[in-house]
Every structure is written in structure tokens, then in C-alpha cells.
Ligand binder design. Sequence first.
Ligand SMILES: Cc1cc2nc3c(=O)[nH]c(=O)nc-3n(C[C@H](O)[C@H](O)[C@H](O)COP(=O)(O)OP(=O)(O)OC[C@H]3O[C@@H](n4cnc5c(N)ncnc54)[C@H](O)[C@@H]3O)c2cc1C
Length: 376
Amino acid sequence: MTLPERYRKFQAEARTFCRDIIEPRATMHDLTGTFVDDNVKAMAERGWLGILWPRELGGMGLDYQSYVIAVEEVSRVGAATGLTLAAHTSLGTYPIYKFGTTEQKEKYIPRLARGLYLGSFGLTEPNAGSDAAGIETKAVKTDKGFVINGSKRFITSGSYAGTVIVAATLDRSLGRKGVTCFIVETETPGFKVASAEKKLGLKGSDTAELVFEDMLVPLDSVLGKEYDGYRIFMETLDGGRISIGAFCLGMAQCALDTMIEWFKDRKMTQLESKALADVAVQVEAARLLVYHAAQIKDTGVRVDKECAFAKLFASEVAMWATGVAIDAIGPLAITASMPVARAYRDAKLGEIGEGTSEVMRMIIAKDVIKEAREAC
Ligand SMILES: Cc1cc2nc3c(=O)[nH]c(=O)nc-3n(C[C@H](O)[C@H](O)[C@H](O)COP(=O)(O)OP(=O)(O)OC[C@H]3O[C@@H](n4cnc5c(N)ncnc54)[C@H](O)[C@@H]3O)c2cc1C
């Protein structure tokens, strides 16, 4: 896909940074399971932890197209770092920027943008994931603030975050209408990191269980309005899905890179040529969908369907392409000497996080029918 000159320049610089800094550490993080802290610092120095936010808030003032290029290039060589960047930006910071008061933005965005700490997003619970309206974490309003009790699981960078956007219910009987989002500082008494998951892939990315025990947060820690949390996290997840699409695109590109590297000096059979050509086409199709969603997002329009297209397609291409690359190359491709072995394991999260593939298909089907009805 041919991008305008300013994006090509950004892409070339991003590629050099990722090749020089992220790639050399990727195998170490995967094998040792150590958090990608060093890469987070390097990205913070580049300004990437505030890539989308205005300069007056400490950000780089760039757009979604640039952001997806950054996430794609990082994930191409180190998906655990790509996920950390995507979750920090789209889930941990975006809701504050979009729904926060001026005071909240001025307090938190500069710290998040400069990388003083990471931002996280706590929605999923043991009994609430796809069915997000089933949240059980409870907030009770008092004169002194809100008292929050409950737990969250699978929270990206939860052990390293300075703030977590926590979704809690003020009234369970109201279902989704009872949900409110809070900006929770992780130093708050009652906030506890209970454990970190050992995962199939993305071993350098932190996935934590968080527990809140009589955690008192100030009245002004409500994000947006009380009882409006469901709308806030749904819109947050839309944007997040573009970055998960970019994260998956990076891993799909890793599969293609590995195949090119392997076959460039070998004579390919007809079957091998077919495999390489099929992967190249699918990766490009995924890129078109991801970039298209980013470009619409940059116009300020809500892009539920396009985000779901991008996330669903890119995640399935990443899973499929990494498998095809391994089949085409053979046993060497599942050793630590080849990045595609890691990408094959890392890619699975793309089909689960921020809405599973089944959920993406439900969103798409609903939207397509709605559009058809409106056109009648
Ligand atoms: C590495 C990792 C990082 C994550 N990071 C975060 C994070 O930062 N913040 C956060 O809040 N969450 C995070 N998550 C959680 C993730 O978003 C959820 O796991 C995901 O939304 C699925 O929810 P669930 O786990 O409750 O699965 P369930 O909702 O229980 O789904 C289980 C299966 O049932 C299917 N299913 C569910 N409902 C339906 C339906 N109505 N129709 C058809 N099929 C259905 C699903 O597609 C899935 O296949 C992370 C998860 C992982 C693995």
C-alpha cells in the first residue's frame, strides 16, 4: 500500500528504531518472560507513549494512521511490546483524553504521555468478559468518595500501571446502565495486584489480576458521568480494536518477512510459491482494512464496523499466516532462531482480546443489517 510521503518517512524511522532497539531483545523477553520495561523506556524517549495526544498535554500530536504504523512496526519484531504500547494508548489513556475533565486530562495525560507510568484498562472479570454488562465489581457512593470492591483479570500491564480505568457497577439491577468508569491511581490503599498470568505467548507483556478491597477513590475520579460507563468503555474498545488490528498485522508481516528471508536464495516449488503469494495477498488485505479504519477514525467519525472488520480479519490472518510460514519452512521455523515461532504463539491473543472473533462477527452482522434497514 502506498502511503503519502509524511507517513512513509515516519514508517521508515519507526522501522529503523524497531530493528535497532526492539528486535534484539524480543527473544530474550520471550524466553525469560521478563516484562518489556526496557522497550517501554525506549518508546517513552521517542515520545511514542503519547503519540496521539496534543503537544500541550505532553504528546506528539500525531494521528491514528501514524499510531497504527508504530504499533504494526513494533509488533512485527516484538509483539509483547506492541501490545503494551497499544493497551497503554488505546485503553489506558484514550478514555481519559476523550471523556475526562480538563483537570483530569491535565493531571494524567502528561504523565502517561511521557511514560512516568503506564496506563491500564480494567473491564474483564471472572464472570464478565464478552458479556461486559455482567460486571460485579461494585462502587458505593459516600460523602468521602466511592468505595470500590471487586476484582479484574487479564489486565494488560496491570502490575506496572500508575492508573487503571476501572469499570464498576453502582447498581447491578440496572445491568449495563448501572456501570460507571473510574480513574484509579494504583497507589490507592485497597488496590492490589493479586497475580500475573503465565501465558502461551506475549510473555514479555504483563497480564495481571487486580483486586480492590474497600478502595476509596475521590468523587472526582469518575470518568465522564456516573452511570455512563458502558458507553465509555464500548467506544474505548472500538478504537482499541484498530490497534489490535495493527498488532496482528505486525505479526502477519513477520510471517511474510520470515518466508521472504527463507525463500529468497532458494528455488521455490510451485506449492511454496503459492503459499508465499497467498500470505502476501492476505497481509496486504489486512493492512488495507487496518489503515482504512485508522483513516476513518482520524476524521472523528465512530467506526464500530470498520474497527471490527480490521480486528477480525487481521487477527485471523496473523494466526493463519504464521502457521503457513511454519509449514512452508519446516521444523527450523518452530525454533527460537526464527521470530515466526514466537509470532505464532503471540498471535492467538488477537482473536481473544478486546472482543473475541465471535463478538466481532456479531457486531458486524448487526451493523450490516442496521445499514440495510436504514437504506430501505
Ligand atoms: C493477554 C490478554 C490481555 C488482556 N488484556 C485485557 C485488558 O487490558 N483489559 C481487560 O479488561 N481485559 C483484557 N483481556 C480480557 C479479554 O478482553 C477477554 O478475555 C475477552 O474479552 C473474552 O472475555 P472472557 O475471557 O470473559 O471470555 P468469554 O466471554 O467467557 O468467552 C468465552 C468464549 O465464548 C464465546 N462467546 C461468549 N459470548 C458469546 C456469544 N454471545 N455468542 C457466541 N460466542 C460467545 C467467546 O467468543 C469465547 O470464544 C485480556 C485477555 C488476554 C488473554
